[in-house]
Design a protein around this ligand. Structure first.
Ligand code: SF4
Ligand code: SF4
Length: 256
């Protein structure tokens, strides 16, 4: 049985797809978005997050910290161990809830991901993914009920500057995924300091028949505390105000 590195498993999630869901956060991502709100999911290996304000100075760091001042993020799990957690809430998923594979980039651990998906589907669980779309994996996509992906910035040079990779592959993968008959939701994080080309992104997505929804995700600074705990440089982007987001909402759509 395969093992993979999981950062966290969150139960009763309401923002990671339809219905009540369990979100499995895979550890490791080939992108490095400067605004990433899950920076603990970028490295592929377990790492220590430090919260000095919680330290009570007991000096027992070698035995493991019980005050939450030093937390190890990331653990090796088997697909059965992940399934066991997912099954805990099976009765609450009802018709549209289920499991969402997120991260990090779940498709960066494809064999492990596919093994979990197969086990979840065998247990009758709805499966969705949140992906950067840097990878296209037809076998995995065909097993899913929903693909949620980002197109973060239209201009590829700007995309490279802020995420570490160009976006040609991502655009191409969205076009390829559109040919599979699986519903797709595309999102763009909204960060006022970055010119993201939201109008161009919307025009690109509109003709794609399986893109059921294009939505905006206003930036929030939740990742900053985690960046500090990982000793990463803080980014300090602004939270977009309501008027700014409302103006951009003319580009979002839901296909009936
Ligand atoms: S174990 Fe935790 S609380 Fe105790 S000294 Fe180490 S970091 Fe601080
Ligand atoms: S793709 Fe997602 S997880 Fe990866 S660095 Fe960007 S925001 Fe973070």
């Amino acid at each position: 049985m395969l093992k993979g590195c999981i950062a966290d498993i969150e139960r009763a999630a309401t923002h990671d797809g339809p219905g009540l869901r369990t979100t499995v956060f895979f550890k490791g991502c080939p992108l490095s978005c400067v605004w990433c709100h899950n920076p603990e999911c970028i490295s592929f290996i377990p790492e220590i997050m430090e919260y000095p304000e919680k330290c009570i100075g007991c000096g027992k760091c070698d035995e493991g910290c019980f005050s939450g001042a030093r937390v190890v993020c990331g653990k090796e799990m088997t697909s059965d161990e992940v399934l066991k957690e997912v099954l805990l809430d099976k009765d609450y998923y009802k018709t549209d809830g289920g499991v969402t594979f997120s991260g990090g980039e779940p498709l960066a651990q494809p064999e492990f991901l596919e093994e979990i998906i197969d086990k979840c589907k065998n247990s009758g669980i709805n499966c969705a993914i949140e992906t950067s779309m840097i990878y296209f994996n037809e076998d995995i996509f065909k097993k899913l009920d929903l693909i949620m992906c980002d197109l973060k910035i239209w201009d590829t040079e700007d995309h490279k500057q802020y995420t570490g990779v160009g976006n040609e592959q991502i655009k191409d993968n969205i076009l390829k995924a559109n040919r599979l008959d699986i519903p797709i939701i595309v999102r763009t994080p909204v960060i006022p300091e970055i010119n993201q080309g939201i109008e161009e992104i919307s025009k690109f997505l509109k003709p794609l028949k399986n893109v059921m929804q294009y939505e905006l995700l206003p930036y929030h600074p939740l990742g900053e505390g985690k960046r500090r705990s990982l000793r990463l440089k803080e980014t300090n982007f602004s939270i977009p105000n309501k008027e700014y987001v409302k103006e951009l909402e003319k580009y979002v759509f839901i296909r009936k």
